[in-house]
Design a binder for this molecule. Structure first.
Ligand SMILES: *Cc1c(COP(=O)(O)O)cnc(C)c1O
Length: 458
């Protein structure tokens, strides 16, 4: 441990930006289970996935063995526009909490898309472009992923078609306009553009859509149009791989000061930021070199790790995507309408699910009013207006720091601050007006959803 006072912000130099992504699967003794064909139940190989995904991304998806994968120079150059991202020592938050804990956060909100999603968006757009494709399709809920992908596509001159859940399209016009500024075609879903959209509209006239439905439309739009592929912003192995840049930078910065974390915390929706942040640390843990407590934080209203089943499930409600083995609440599970904190996906990355199942990862769930309380404490002392999703990690970090205060233990806590909340002010408004409530699904509700899990032999 150096005696030098650690700065508020540690910025790595440009040349310290990682040259390779780290693939944590290479160090896992039990590998994540393979994707299965939703129609036949057979494991999906390279050729099966080719109509939907870009070739190089499929290779990365299926590669459980290569530890280090080079980051192409073009992607590194794009990263240089907003990376390395700062690692911040939360001196002001420590002071506010009067805790002996040392708290650090890795801030991923310093780019226009406002979140870590750009780290994978640029990689996915790059491989699509490199394959000579014309464009990509995707879905977006609140709009962070769609925004990140539009930025990446604009940079590379790739066509970008985003199916945005209709209710968000109407209620979040600002994100939609950011996407259009970057040249993306944004279609409210369900739409009349696709067969699946027309079918859903015929069955449920006036529906405001869902993420599952938007995924089905985006996949159909990709496979039915030559020169297009579908891309996804979380959950998949390849996305965790790209996000490992977060953890690699964090580790380099901490190593410079001889700091070793005791606890690493991240919010978990589909698992990409958490998976990326923890990857190099998890690698050390898997190889038996070091030990860390690693905590995934999820909403109590969408508790896939803490209350879900570890089973094969559909990744989308339309059941067109491959099936993945993961902790899931069932593909038909929809969080209560009063849930405003994001992280509403029903499943969890197969990599994180396997690590959790094997005891390498802990999980906690937190209620949204507690999340927004933590967000406000953080905003007032650290200055950054956090995204509701990121605030789940803030909540858990504060709770761990308060435990340190009780026990007098000086633990080092690192958490991922995934993004900013400027487009989430309606949720903040609800909180300020005392109109935010907590809803925890009952066991009965979850059981009803589990009953619809697909039957997969073995
Ligand atoms: C999308 C998003 C998340 C959750 O996604 P993961 O894949 O679980 O990381 C968290 N924070 C922000 C700001 C996001 O935009």
């Amino acid at each position: 441990m150096t005696t030098e006072k650690i700065p508020y912000k540690t910025y790595l130099a440009e040349e310290e930006l990682p040259r390779t992504w780290y693939n944590v699967r290479a160090d896992m003794k039990v590998k994540p289970a393979p994707l299965l064909n939703p129609a036949t139940g057979a494991p999906m190989g390279f050729e099966d996935l080719r109509p939907v995904f870009c070739d190089e991304l499929i290779r990365q998806e299926l590669d459980n063995d290569t530890r280090e994968i080079p980051i192409p120079e073009e992607i590194r150059n794009f990263y240089k526009m907003y990376r390395p991202s700062p690692l911040v020592r939360a001196y002001c938050l420590e002071e506010q909490l009067q805790t002996p804990a040392k708290i650090y956060y890795k801030f991923e909100g310093n780019n226009t898309s406002g979140s870590h999603k750009l780290n994978s968006a640029i990689a996915q757009a790059y491989y699509a472009k490199n394959q000579g494709l014309t464009g990509v399709t995707t879905e977006t809920g609140a709009g962070q992923w769609g925004t990140a992908l539009s930025m990446a596509c604009a940079y590379l001159g790739l066509d970008c078609r985003v199916y945005m859940v209709k209710v968000s399209y109407e209620q979040k016009p600002f994100r939609r306009e950011v996407m259009r500024t970057y040249g993306a075609a944004v279609t409210p879903s369900p739409s009349m553009d696709t067969e699946v959209g027309r079918k859903i509209l015929a069955e449920h006239p006036g529906t405001t859509g869902s993420l599952g439905c938007a995924i089905s439309e985006a996949v159909e739009a990709a496979v039915s149009r030559p020169g297009y592929r579908y891309v996804l912003g979380s959950v998949l192995n390849q996305v965790l791989l790209h996000q490992s840049v977060i953890g690699l930078e964090t580790k380099t910065a901490l190593d410079k000061y001889g700091v070793q974390p005791d606890i690493i915390i991240g919010c978990a929706g589909g698992g990409s930021n958490l998976g990326g942040l923890i990857s190099p640390f998890m690698g050390e843990k898997l190889r038996g070199e070091k030990d860390y407590r690693i905590i995934a934080v999820e909403p109590a209203s969408c508790p896939s790790l803490t209350r879900g089943r570890f089973a094969y499930d559909f990744c989308d409600t339309g059941m067109v995507c491959p099936m993945a083995k993961m902790y899931t609440l069932g593909s038909g599970f929809i969080p209560s309408p009063n849930h405003a904190g994001g992280l509403r996906y029903h499943g969890m990355s197969s990599v994180l699910s396997q690590l959790y199942h094997d005891g390498y990862l802990e999980a906690v769930s937190v209620e949204q009013t507690k999340v927004f309380e933590a967000a406000e404490v953080f905003a007032r002392v650290e200055g950054i207006l956090p995204a509701p999703e990121s605030s789940h990690a803030i909540r858990a970090a504060i709770d761990e720091a308060l435990k340190c205060k009780e026990t007098g233990k000086e633990k080092t806590i690192v958490f991922g601050l995934t993004g900013t909340g400027y487009f989430d002010m309606v949720a903040y408004e609800k909180f300020h007006n005392g109109q935010m409530s907590d809803y925890i699904p009952t066991d009965g509700e979850l059981e009803a959803s589990f009953a619809k899990l697909p039957q997969v032999p073995g």
